[in-house]
Design a protein around this ligand. Structure first.
Ligand SMILES: NC(=O)c1ccc[n+]([C@@H]2O[C@H](COP(=O)([O-])OP(=O)(O)OC[C@H]3O[C@@H](n4cnc5c(N)ncnc54)[C@H](O)[C@@H]3O)[C@@H](O)[C@H]2O)c1
Length: 343
């Protein structure tokens, strides 16, 4: 049983995504154990609608850099110490804020991407190891029950030898000007593929196109080659006529299809493929079965996992090492993308 009263949490950044963290934390922790920092004063009213026991500060976090622990105490005298910080500010601020939090002795859950460049992620990872603090990153799909079920099935040899994986994450979605579609969407897919394969790619290739804004790719295709002839590709776009979130995982005995954008039957198992019988290649082609799974909330599972890692001193599933590997793939894909744009 998780002793949530032992977690004292600061959430830094409560914008579009960070507010989900606030609501989730409010469903898991005593409200007086939560304080929210967001430099936009309009956030206060939204926090008040969730709970009047959650404390709020509109001071931009950088101004709190010196003696952060003391400022937390002075500003919020009834909260004597924090052992957990969730950072959901824009990506370019992650490194500085996470570093300051860890130097002040706080365990950190920082949103994806961990930082913008691998060197900074490496510094955060080393800091967490030398200070013996938890560094976790919000790769939320690794807390999705369907992804956990797929991983379990692969480990139990349900689909045989893993051969290839692809992911489509497509929509006529919100376009961003501070990052391209690769950085906006692909961290989720890279994180899942890394988790399922359990290895690092030996080669990363990428291509893409910018149509709506100059130099900001609306659509990208990334190819990953792993040891043992495992291949993967990731197709992301916010310039697409309909929403599709589909991941297909192929093995030599069967296949999974995971479609998170569907309302029902999100995960299917297909017993399809080819096998050699007396030197002849034969197709096997059975109908699919729906795999049911418990409908848990990935963000709540992610936060619980963070709190458990602090209270039980365990390594988070999406630790700094995992996040650094995801970032290194993003970094390599970006270099390929910028070298070979279809403009
Ligand atoms: N895990 C996921 O599925 C997921 C989904 C969406 C976004 N994200 C990530 O969450 C992060 C935030 O994204 P968003 O869409 O919520 O952005 P946003 O711009 O809507 O919100 C950022 C918030 O941070 C606040 N802020 C900025 N600098 C601050 C500072 N120094 N001190 C205090 N507050 C500060 C802003 O006032 C704003 O409210 C990004 O890293 C993004 O990639 C993750």
């Amino acid at each position: 049983m998780l002793k949530t009263e032992n977690i004292k949490l600061a959430i830094i950044g409560a914008g579009r995504w960070g507010m989900n963290h606030v609501k989730t934390a409010a469903s898991l922790l005593p409200h007086e154990n939560i304080v929210v920092f967001d430099s936009n004063p309009e956030t206060e009213e939204k926090i008040r609608q969730i709970s009047d026991k959650i404390q709020y500060s509109s001071l931009p976090f950088f101004h709190l850099s010196r003696g952060m622990g003391n400022i937390f105490q002075r500003e919020h005298s009834n909260v004597d110490d924090f052992n957990a910080v969730i950072i959901a500010t824009p990506a370019e601020t992650h490194f500085e804020i996470a570093k300051k939090c860890m130097l002040a002795g706080k365990n950190v859950l920082v949103e994806k991407p961990i930082t913008l460049v691998p060197e900074e992620a490496e510094e955060l990872l080393n800091l967490s190891l030398s200070l013996n603090l938890k560094l976790m990153v919000g790769h939320v799909l690794l807390f999705h029950p369907a992804v956990l079920r797929i991983k379990d099935g692969i480990e139990k040899n349900e689909i045989g030898k893993l051969q290839y994986i692809y992911s489509n994450r497509l929509n006529l979605g919100a376009i961003r000007s501070e990052e391209n579609a690769l950085w906006s969407f692909a961290p989720h897919d890279i994180s899942v593929i890394q988790y399922l394969v359990g290895d690092n790619p030996t080669d990363v290739q990428a291509n893409g196109g910018a149509y709506v804004q100059n130099g900001i790719e609306d659509t990208t295709m990334t190819f990953l080659s792993y040891p043992n002839n495992v291949k993967a590709h990731i197709f992301v776009s916010w310039l697409h006529p309909f929403k599709e979130q589909r991941m297909v995982i192929i093995g030599d005995k069967g296949m999974y299809v995971f479609e998170d954008s569907l309302k029902t039957e999100k995960l299917k198992f297909y017993k399809k493929g080819f096998k050699e019988v007396d030197g002849v290649i034969e197709k096997f082609d059975a109908d699919y079965e729906v795999i049911n799974f418990e409908e848990t909330m990935p963000l709540a599972e992610e936060q619980k996992h963070f709190y458990e890692s602090i209270l039980n001193n365990t390594t988070p599933r999406t630790d700094g090492k995992h996040a650094l590997e995801v970032l290194e793939i993003l970094d390599k894909a970006t270099k390929k993308l910028k070298g070979g744009m279809m403009e």
